[in-house]
Structure formats: C-alpha cells, structure tokens
Ligand binder design. Structure first.
Ligand code: AZC
Length: 842
C-alpha cells in the first residue's frame, strides 16, 4: 500500500511532527546506505535482504533512543515493575511492527522508495524470532506490546535460544523438522549488554556453616555458567514508552581450556563452552507434552535465577537491603509452571544470600509472585522427579521440602475440623511433593502446586478455563484459598493483528469511524455495528477481504504451484497439531464433502458453495499421532486437489511451517476459521480473537474464549456445535457404546481401505477413534461428528447469502473490542500486579 493511504493509520500529524522535530536521527535514506556501507561492507542495497539490513540497523537506533529515555524516566520515578517470566516469547518479525509503533512508517517507506524498494518486500526479508511453540509464547509477545503501549513499567524475561521453533518441511507429505538457525546474519533487534551477566550454578553440595552465632547454608555448585543479558526493546504504540524483553544467553565461565589444548586434547578444550551453550541452545519443541528432560529443568532454572538476581541487584542499588519494600517495587508473573522454580530461588536469594529469616522471606516471596495456568492437559502440568531436582538443584530441593513441610502443617491446622483420616487424605493430595501415581518408587515435585502455594494470585486464561481450574484441576486449593483464584481472559494486540497486518481493513475502519483511536481503544470498534447492514459499506468490506484472499492465493501458488479459486469460501484451521484441537474432525468433514460433490450432477454442483480449505500447524517432533494427522491432511489434499471434476469446488492444502509471519497473511484472508477442540480442553485459544478482529466467521465448540467471542459477537452469528464441557466425563464413560453415524462408518472404511493411500500408516489413527479396544476416542471426535457436519451445512447456507455473511463478518470485528490484550493487561495491572502507568516525556 502506498505511504499516503497508510497515513490514515497515523496517530496524528501533530504527534508525528513532534517526534520528527525532537529526533536527532539522520535522514533515513542516507542512514540506510551508511549502515550498509559500515556494517556490511556494501556500497548499495543490491537485494531486498540488503535493504532490510540497512533499514533495520537504522531503525534500531531510533528504537534505542526511546528505549533509553524510557529507562531514564523509570529509574528516576522508581515505580513498581511487573516482570513477566516466560520460557517462551514468540515475537515474529520486528521491522514493520517497530516502524509502525514508532510512527516512522512514512519516513522509512519514502526512504526505501528512493532506494528503489517497497517496504513490504523489504520486511519480507526478515526471519521470525520464533522463541516459542504456540499460544503461550505468542500471548507473552502480545502482552509485551500492551505493557509498553499502556506505559506500564514492565519487562519480559526469558531465554535467548540459539535455535528457536523448528522449521517444518513436508517430505512426501510427512512432517520433517529442520533446525531454526535464526541468528546467522546478526540480530538488529537486540543489544548485548556487555558486562551484565550473572553466575548460575547447578549440582554440587549444600553445607551448614557458622557465621558468628548464626547458622548459614552454603551451596557450592559443581557447575557454573554465565547468564549474559541481551535486551530486546519493545516499542509501545502512540507513546514514547519503549520497554524491554531481556533474554539470557548461557556462556562458559572459563572461555577456553588452554592447558588441555596445549596437551593436544582439542575436544576437552572446548568442552566447557559446549556444555554451557547447550543450556540456551534449543527451544523444546513441545506444546503441551513436556519431555522429562533434565536440560529443560536446567533451562528453567537458568533464566529464573539470572532474572531474579538482576531484579534484586537493581532493587538493592536503590533501596539497599530494605527487602520488605520489594513487594511494592516488583512483582513477577509466572507464565505457566515453567518458571515456577522462582518460588524456591527467591527464597534462596533472600535467606541464604541476603540473610533474611525464613518467615520474612516467605512473606515477601508470596507477595511478589503470581501464576497463570494455560492448560488443562494433565501431561503438561509439570512434575519433576525429586531425584532429578535434588541432583541438579540440591539447595532448591531442600527449600521446597521446607516449604512443603510448612504448607502441609499449616493445612493440617486449617483442616482441623475434618476427621483424622479425611484430613490425612486431603493433606497427601495437596502435598507439593508426592508419589508418582504410575511408579510408587518415585517421588515428584508438583510445580503447579508449588506455584499456587508460593503465589498471591492464580489465574486461568478464559472464563470457562478459570472455572475448570477452580472446580477441577486445582479444586482442593481453591477450597482453601478461594480469593487467590481469578480469571483473566486472554487478548491479542490489535496493532500487529489488525492494524499492521491488515492495513486495508484498518484504513476502512478508520475512515468509517472518523479516527484511528480504535487502535488503542478497541471498544470503539463497536460503532461498526451501525454499518453492518449497509450495502455500500458491505461492498467496501468485501473488496478488502477479496484483496487479502488474492494475496493468500498467491502464496498458495508459490508454495504448492496451484491456483485456487478466490471466489471460494476460504476455510482455515491454523494452530499446533494436537488430538484435542481435532484437525482430524476437520479432515473427516472435508472427506465427506468431497464424497458428496462426487455424487452430484453438474447441475447440483453449480449450487454447491466452493471451498478452499487450509490447514497449518506443527506437530511436536515426538508426537506420533499428530504427525499422522498431518499426513492424512496432505494425503486427502493429494486426492481431491487433483480431481478435475471437483477441484474448483473443493481443495485442501497443508501450509507448511506455520508461524507468526504466515499467520499475518492468512488471518486477514480468512472467511471461516475453525476452533473445534473438545469442549473443556482448549484453555482459551487466541487465534480465534485474531480471526474475529479481521472479520472472519467462526465455527467452533463451546470452549475456551470461543464462548466469550460468541457472547460479544452475538451467539447467532457464530456456528456453534457439539457437546458441552459438563457432558464430557459422562460421554467418555459411554463412548464404547456410542452408536456412530453411518457417514462416519463409511469414511472410516474409506481411510482403512486405502482411498487416500498409506493405509497402514493411517491404521493407528483410525483405531484411535474407532476401535475401542485400541484407542478410546478420548477427544470424542465421533460424538461431535454429526453436529459438526450440520454446522458446516449451515455455513454453506449462510455463505450463499453474501449480504448476511458480510453483515456477520462486520459484526465480528465490531464485537472484538474485548479481546485486545490492552484490556487483559489492564486487568492484570489492576487486579494482580498493582502497577501504574508511568510515561516518559516525548
Ligand atoms: C496455550 C493454550 O493451549 C491456549 O488455549 C491458550 O490460548 C494459550 O496457551 C495462551 O493462554 N498453552 C500453551 O501454549 N502451552 C501450554 C504448555 O499450556
């Protein structure tokens, strides 16, 4: 889009003029070429990649200017900070987001044009920072955008993985994983903080020593590494505030063993470096199935330990050892259980290192920490074997034991009304350290329990999920501490997910509402409701959607070589591949649709609604069933995309390597999106919110945030189907007697019979939902199948009435106000963190 039409998005001409006037930065054109010359040794930008590098390194300086101003301001004001501790931050690309958030888009687009480049092409040369798996990591990234935009003093803390989320490629239709080597050409969006590093230890022994007449505990680790800080500035939108994501890189304490080298032992000379660097080398490619890997615990402790030391050292620089003030100056949000070792680490730092007594330290710790649960999948609720923890973190294991002793003792007192036997049962059920139910020999540390006991607030991420947390997953704890439990329905940043990724729609909205204030106040989108049935407005709305569909069609053509019908309904399911998310159900209905089309006469086919179905997402590398689902998608696609009789009416493509950037092209083009998890299993979902903002209709179960989206959009505008969460337990028990739909039986036979080839490979997939002796259809695919087909039929019916479809589409965007992460973050700030905005002068 030309810079002029993008002007509609700008905050205000005045604000921008002010920014330019105060900026001491050189004109971008010269600066871009300078960067290329002095950093890359290039006389001119010969490729879009060159242009990207020059531009990014130039923008970086503007970013650092506002970053420094913000930090000077916060240093002076000394407000309370929120520190968001997360093992994952799925940031995606930075260039576009940075220039738009800083209001520099016009300037840089003009500069690039003078150099013969188009901003969009240049932005395309950037690699995604994919330091996360899925929803949890992307949520953390949206939260940082909102924290900065709302001027809240806050930082993210995480790990600077050398290899992020694996790159997914298809080999003959099967998923293959390749390493994501994302740092090779340097990263303009980070600043290495030379000299800012902390020691992190592992293993070793714990001793009690006398210090005067006081007994102190001394932990002597057997292994130590440096955590080296890298700052990633996070620009807010329409504010001078630029916040920070501080990521830690693991470095050896001793650079190089020259002695070993001189003695000819080259491998040993490098050993320390390799061992240390392994800690921050790879992001675990799991979504909700943790691998019981020691390295993962090591990663968790590594970043938590460095982050807490960092915060305490800044605190001490201002407040000395008045640690009783810490809860007024700092709080930490534990993004799932991954950073939960923070409970023990903060205790260790306060008691062993700073010399506080236990009770004082415990009061401070529990005031500073808060925990968010993101999943109900039992396999994702982390539990570490006591043996592993005791070996790697012996002092922390002791601390957890003491915490648990105190906790169970307190609990015993609290439950004194109960009969002894009942009381003992409850205490043992709520003990942080407990037996492994599948292996009585093994004791486990339950990290969720540790997080609940060690935190002030515990929250789920959508209303239904928070209720499940209270009523099921952590019900025992809820009964003891009802006021700790809260709901904070997720949100997404409207900057990246509407304004920047869909500038055409954004311009139309701004033009219609008379201002772009909706970007910071999405509740204003509700005024679009008044235009939902206006044919002229609908026409403009449809034109934007069509343009975005053309763009996505071009991408499909690039990937698969096929031209898809852009007048077809674009039907999309993009998310991690998981049995509970039920991509399988989607494919089964596509097979059914194909069979129906095949049976139709040419006359009947003329009336059918054409569809382009797209599925994308990564399967955890060790998740066999998910990989089979991917293969089923590609195998079904291979058959139907080649069928000349039907291919204009139905096609199915798997989009490989789904990531943030791909989502930015897919979501604006989507007309129908699928959020069809078994009710009660998807904690929230956040792509549903992105689709909603972009006027995409939803077909979904009564699950996660779908429910709240339906409430905001109007339940009748959403294609809701399927069993409800409160029916699931009973239905699971009865599943073996469930009478499957005849259409289901037919499709199962087709797959088993080899209609899509690879029938041996698909056998376990068929068995998992259809052979009660082998699988048990835990996610109730069969139960929802008929209702899902009905809902799909309803989709077709509404799509035939384009004016009704467009009305709904507009109603979705109009109803998306609640799902801005600004709203979510305001709620966290007010109800949990108690941090207040503090904006530096422009
Ligand atoms: C996800 C949930 O599956 C998703 O429903 C939610 O929207 C998202 O968190 C953000 O809250 N969970 C994860 O990505 N991973 C884990 C381990 O929960």
């Amino acid at each position: 889009i030309p810079a002029r039409s993008r002007g509609a998005l700008r905050v205000s001409a005045v604000a921008e003029a002010e920014r330019t006037a105060t900026s001491s930065s050189p004109a971008p054109t010269g600066d871009i070429t300078n960067k290329l010359k002095y950093l890359f040794g290039k006389e001119a930008a010969e490729t879009p990649k060159d242009a990207y590098h020059g531009t990014a390194w130039s923008v970086r300086e503007r970013l650092i200017d506002s970053f420094d101003k913000t930090h000077e301001h916060w240093k002076k004001e000394d407000p309370k900070f929120i520190y968001y501790l997360s093992a994952e931050f799925l940031m995606g690309r930075s260039l576009t987001n940075t220039v738009y958030n800083l209001g520099l888009e016009g300037e840089y687009a003009d500069a690039l044009r003078q150099l013969g480049y188009d901003m969009e092409k240049v932005a395309d040369a950037e690699r995604d920072a994919a330091l996360g798996n899925g929803g949890l990591g992307r949520l953390a990234a949206c939260f940082l955008d909102s924290i900065a935009t709302l001027d809240l003093p806050g930082w993210g803390y995480g790990i600077r993985y050398k290899y992020g989320m694996f790159k997914q490629v298809l080999k003959n239709g099967y998923q293959a994983e390749q390493p994501d080597i994302w740092l090779t050409s340097g990263n303009p969006w980070e600043i290495r903080r030379d000299g800012l590093r902390f020691e992190v230890g592992f293993g070793g022994r714990v001793e009690r020593k006398k210090d005067g007449n006081k007994e102190v505990t001394v932990w002597t680790p057997s292994e130590k590494v440096w955590a080296q800080a890298y700052d990633n500035p996070i620009p807010g939108f329409s504010t001078p505030t630029t916040s920070n994501l501080r990521l830690w890189d693991a470095q050896p304490i001793s650079e190089f063993d020259l002695g070993a080298f001189n003695a000819g032992d080259y491998d040993r000379a490098m050993l320390d470096r390799e061992r240390a660097e392994a800690i921050s080398a790879v992001l675990y490619p799991n979504d909700s199935t943790p691998e019981g890997k020691e390295l993962r615990l090591k990663q968790q402790y590594f970043f938590v330990c460095a982050s807490l030391q960092d915060v305490l050292s800044r605190f001490k620089a201002t407040h000395g050892t008045k640690f009783e003030l810490l809860p007024d100056k700092a709080c930490f949000q534990l993004n799932d259980t991954h950073p939960t070792i923070a409970v023990a680490e903060l205790m260790r730092l306060l008691v062993d290192v700073e010399g506080l007594d236990w009770d004082a330290a415990w009061t401070i710790t529990t005031k500073c920490l808060n925990y968010t649960n993101h999943t109900v999948m039992p396999e994702a609720l982390e539990k570490w074997p006591v043996k592993v923890m005791a070996k790697m973190l012996p002092r922390h294991m002791e601390i957890i034991e003491v915490i648990n002793e105190g906790w169970t003792k307190w609990l015993g007192g609290h439950l004194k009304e109960l009969k002894a036997e009942e009381r003992a049962k409850r205490i043992s059920a709520m003990s942080i350290i407990h037996e492994n139910p599948w292996n009585k020999e093994e004791m486990l540390v339950n990290m969720a329990y540790l997080a609940v006991v060690g935190s002030s607030a515990v929250n789920g991420v959508a209303a239904i999920h928070s209720n499940i947390v209270k009523d099921e997953i952590l019900n025992d704890f809820y009964q003891i501490f009802p006021s700790k439990f809260q709901n904070k329905t997720n949100g997404v940043t409207p900057r990246r997910w509407l304004a920047w990724c869909n500038p055409e729609l954004a311009s139309l909205i701004t033009e219609t509402l008379g201002s772009n204030e909706w970007i910071n106040d999405t509740e204003k989108l509700s005024a679009l409701r008044a235009h939902a049935s206006d044919p002229t407005f609908q026409k403009k709305w449809a034109a934007v959607k069509h343009a975005k569909k053309e763009k996505l069609a071009a991408l499909i053509k690039k990937i698969h070589g096929d031209s898809v019908n852009t007048n077809a309904l674009f039907d999309i399911q993009i998310k991690r591949i998981h049995e509970y998310k039920r991509q399988y159900l989607n494919v089964l209905s596509i097979i059914w649709r194909y069979k129906q089309l095949k049976k139709m006469t040419p006359e009947q086919r003329k009336k059918a609604v054409p569809r382009v179905c797209l599925i994308g997402g990564k399967a955890a590398s060790a998740y066999d069933m998910a990989k089979r689902i991917i293969r089923l998608v590609t195998a079904v696609g291979d058959v139907i995309n080649k069928d000349p009789e039907t291919k204009d009416l139905l096609s199915l493509y798997f989009l490989p390597d789904y990531n943030v950037t791909l989502a930015e092209t897919i979501i604006p083009a989507a007309e129908l999106s699928q959020h069809i998890s078994t009710a009660g299993t998807e904690a929230s979902g956040t792509s549903n919110m992105k689709f909603q903002m972009n006027g995409c209709l939803i077909i979904g179960t009564w699950d996660g945030a779908n429910i709240e989206i339906a409430e905001e959009t109007g339940v009748d505008n959403v294609f809701v189907f399927g069993v409800r969460a409160d029916e699931i337990n009973q239905l699971r028990k009865e599943r073996k007697n469930f009478k499957t739909d005849p259409r289901w039986d037919e499709i199962m036979k087709d797959i088993e019979g080899g209609m899509f080839g690879d029938k041996d490979y698909f056998k376990p997939l068929v068995d998992s939902v259809n052979n009660m002796k082998v699988g048990n259809d835990w996610f109730l695919v069969a139960n929802d199948f008929a209702a899902y087909l009905d809902a799909q039929e309803e989709v077709d019916k509404v799509y035939k009435d384009q004016s009704e479809w467009l009305r709904r589409s507009i109603m979705y965007t109009a109803g998306s106000g609640k799902f801005s992460s600004d709203r979510t973050i305001r709620e966290y700030a007010e109800d949990i963190w108690h941090v207040k905005p503090s904006r530096p002068a422009a």
